[in-house]
Design a protein around this ligand. Sequence first.
Ligand SMILES: [Cu+2]
Length: 708
Amino acid sequence: MRNILLIALLLLLFPAPSHADACSTGTLNIIASSDTPFTLPTFNVGQMVKLEAVPTGITITSLTWTIDGPLIKDYNERVGEASSGPLLWSTTPLTTADLSASPVTFYWKPSPSQVFPLNGGPVTRNVTLSAVAAGTTCTITKTFNVERNTTDGRKQANDFYTSNHQAPTETVAGKGIVIDDHLDWHDFPATRLSSAPQDFFVFHRSFIARFNSWRAEFGYGPVIPWYPGTPYPPGIDDVAYAVRDAAFSTDQNQLFRPFTIAGGNVDPFLGPIAQQRLADFADANSLDGAFEGSYHGFVHCNVGTGTLPTGGVTFIDPLRGTMVFGDMCNFSSPKDPVFYPWHDFVDLVYANLCAVKGLACPGTPAPATDVWMADNAADLAANGSVPSPPPHYISPDIWNRTSPVACAPPTAGTGITRNCGSSADHENPIAGRTNYLYAMLRNDRPAATDAVYTEVAVYIANASTGLAWPANFGGGVAGIPLDETRHLITLYLPAGQTTAVGPLPWIPPNPSPSDHWCLYIRVLNVQDTIGTETADIDANTGGSNSIAWRNLKIVTATGMMRKWPFPGFDGLGAFLIRNIRTDATPIDLSIYVPEGIAKPGTVRLQLSPRLATLVVRSKAKIEGFRRPKTWETTKAAPYVTLTVVGERAVIRGIILKPGEAMPVAVDVAHQKLGHGTIVVEQASGGKVEGGVVLQVGRPHEIQYKPDK
Ligand SMILES: [Cu+2]
């Protein structure tokens, strides 16, 4: 028994030499080998294969190889030397002379069943050697398998690509010419490779494109970009070289604010620079000056560890000395498979710059698409056609949660590539602690193509209905979004798909002087124009399906925003009505309380004495309210109370001076409320100017405490 085990073990360690065929007075054999890992009889596509004729006891005078294809003799992956100038991807076939010599080397290509998106498993390829020895022709045939491996971490596209074409003097296993060229470009700019000293983006674009040429040649799909604000891409974990930081933080590796289309405040990791957004950079060199040594190096060294792993190897960088081979934190980084998805993302930042600045950059920009977010139910039903009908301040495509939710992965058949819930899950944001915004991004308009890179930028202002873009949303030329807007960067949303994005962590501000806040949302994608924006946020939102708007109410964690002066009642919200016009056009203030939310006759509007006086003075019409007993206020009863009788009530024709603002509050008799929204809306001259949506009936919704 023990001997049988030993023999089995020996057979595993030393596979039996392949069978040689008798030929004349001796034997003839074929030996197949490679300089990268293989297990006979199987080779991988894109792997160098070396076949040798091995005669024993005879002398071969001529030979011919017949090798099942498809295959190529060789390829050139170099992007170009200083002396040659730029080079194109090229391949060479095996010639008759090559097939008449031993050894012969070549690269097997995939069979049609193995070409992305297919990968039908290993395919049999025969090799026949005809050799003439002492006037006798002998023939031997060997059968091999060719696979496009997807499971072995030493046998993936990047492994072969970076190992092939090793310099004859190279001693580090797996260090091929691709790694050498990347080192050369960084260490000796413009002296060895075809490259100007500062063309960081152009060089890396050609470097990634060259890998894509190799991938296409050998049946692999193109590289998919990876945004470091999201977890490592799945399925590329190269066990042989992944010298990775397992504690990589997606929060800390978000694109630095000035490198986004939306832009933002001073970035904590970058420090103050003159530019606030991508459009502030003059050209690619100016962006490179800020980007390469900061965000680019930051991500490289947050992925890499600089620590030699068990079984790892080092190499010598000619300028920097001994380093861990394959670590993302040095110039051998193309050995790590994540290098390519990461640099493909870097290339998207470059593509964004080219588009927003109208620069002439190499390559073809992505085709136009029409990403959008809905303004209201009617807009959703009309699939985002422009203009959308009012009201515009109730977008169902952004909502708040007070704690993060687990997002479901793509759901088959629903058209939702990622599901984090919906507007129905909205919870009023709680001031002073971290809340989480989620949004729905849609790419299902008729003219849609894949949306390559999309930012959903969220801006906030303390709402009155007289808000102006961008003055009240951070000012400047294009506002300042919420700091963590970069959590909503989405790559490659396919045509015809919608997806939930988020969470965007944010800390809602103190709900003072009004607890009614306004979120203005811009979908930024260089394949889609947002349209002309004016100061009028209602016109902007209705006129562009890339702009959305949601008003919401911010509450306090303690439940004590202020003392509610009416025993037995809960405050639902306090906000301002404001004349946003330059004349005294009368304003209508309406409230909508859907059936089933509260008992009839228990929801009230509370008017301040000054507003009550103006309502009387304007001879405003009161519809759907129980009329107050008196329009006078006293110290004991400092507000005028209008009780909503049915579902809808309106005060028609309040005259305010231009710019004048008046506080209004809504409360409800203490009771268990149904789940839904109470909407208060302001209109003038037949046009809705704004409104506030009061979410009720969920935990956190009622945060005022009755006065005691
Ligand atoms: Cu890099």
